[in-house]
Design a protein around this ligand. Structure first.
Ligand SMILES: Nc1ncnc2c1ncn2[C@@H]1O[C@H](COP(=O)(O)OP(=O)(O)OP(=O)(O)O)[C@@H](O)[C@H]1O
Length: 314
């Protein structure tokens, strides 16, 4: 049992128990109302140690509100959470966490070097060689006042301050917003590096290919509610495949129309176009009875799967 941030006792498996998962973020019934608006609605969510966890959802679905509750910037209307077994507002916990807020509000008079010195003092010992490496990696000039920096350069400062103390947990709210593709790539490399070193990453992002490439699991939020929590591999298995069969003569979609997994089957001229969800076995067996000259498959598109969850569904 561990105390949650409100001092109550919450059940948590011991990390060394056989088969037990060590959760570094736990949310239980976590909710936030703003007047009549339910911004976050009874979230139950665990982020496991060592994973990159993608937190997705349309604008206004409650992602930033969730993250702001984890640091006690705003208080939950109901429910509880723990971050590294305690409160994200506790300075001892904060030293073990790196955070990039969605909205960067640095004092424009300070330089990146000032900020790094400030955060270094807050966090105790910081490896200055690693800080220099990060500054170089993100091509940051540490002596310019933040007020003179472009949006992308401010974002780079936020990345360096979040990673500089090698935190065991990173909570990142749209970290690559405003970064050019080269620096996005550098950021993705950095996430890979810290993951290999054992860190956990909770990543809110609108960049679906980024989440697809980086995340082990994702949660998708819509109007404050979780619509799915799943492993990216598992979602990929449900991703739709597009298969075109080029036949020797005129084609008909009819043999494919009611096959298991076939979402759509159309024919035009000598080509049958199929959209298949999951296993393609039945499609291949049916194709084997036809004079197929060429099969063209298009890469499965996980983005479609994400988007289906984004859209309002009955
Ligand atoms: N301080 C506040 N007062 C009133 N309403 C708020 C406040 N903060 C957020 N909201 C509302 O709560 C809902 C969730 O907002 P939130 O910023 O958490 O969404 P988000 O998923 O992070 O969106 P985005 O992807 O656009 O950043 C929205 O309807 C927003 O207008």
């Amino acid at each position: 049992m561990v105390p949650d941030h409100q001092g109550r006792e919450a059940a948590r498996p011991h990390p060394h128990q056989r088969g037990a998962v060590d959760s570094v973020i736990e949310m239980r019934g976590l909710s936030k109302r703003f007047g009549d608006l339910v911004a976050v609605d009874a979230l139950d969510l665990d982020v496991h140690r060592g994973e990159v966890f993608g937190y997705l959802g349309p604008n206004g679905s409650g992602k930033s509100t969730t993250i702001r509750m984890l640091f006690d910037f705003i208080r939950p209307s109901a429910g509880t959470y723990t971050v590294l077994g305690g409160s994200g507002a506790d300075p001892a916990i904060r030293r073990r966490v790196g955070y990039i807020p969605g909205e960067l509000r640095f004092d424009p008079r300070y330089t990146t070097a000032d900020l790094i010195a400030f955060y270094g003092r807050l966090r105790g010992s910081v490896d200055t060689t690693y800080v220099d490496e990060l500054l170089e990696r993100f091509d940051l000039d540490p002596v310019r006042p933040i007020g003179q920096l472009s949006t992308g350069n401010r974002r780079k400062t936020a990345i360096v301050q979040a990673f500089m103390h090698r935190p065991e947990l990173l909570i990142l709210d749209e970290p690559t917003a405003g970064l050019d593709p080269l620096l996005q790539h550098e950021f993705h490399q950095l996430i890979g590096d810290v993951k290999r070193a054992g860190a956990t990453v909770f990543l809110s992002s609108h960049v679906l290919p980024e989440v697809e490439a980086l995340a082990d699991r994702v949660a998708i939020l819509r109007t404050g509610r979780l619509v799915t929590v799943a492993a990216v591999d598992e979602l990929a298995r449900h991703a739709r495949q597009h298969i075109d069969l080029h036949l020797a003569g005129d084609a008909s979609a009819e043999p494919f129309e009611n096959l298991p997994g076939v979402v759509r089957a159309t024919a035009s001229g000598a080509v049958i176009r199929l959209v298949v969800e999951g296993n393609v076995d039945a499609v291949l067996k049916a194709a084997a009875t036809l004079p197929v000259r060429r099969i063209v498959t298009h890469e499965t598109d996980l983005e479609d799967v994400f988007l289906d969850f984004y859209r309002d569904q009955p």
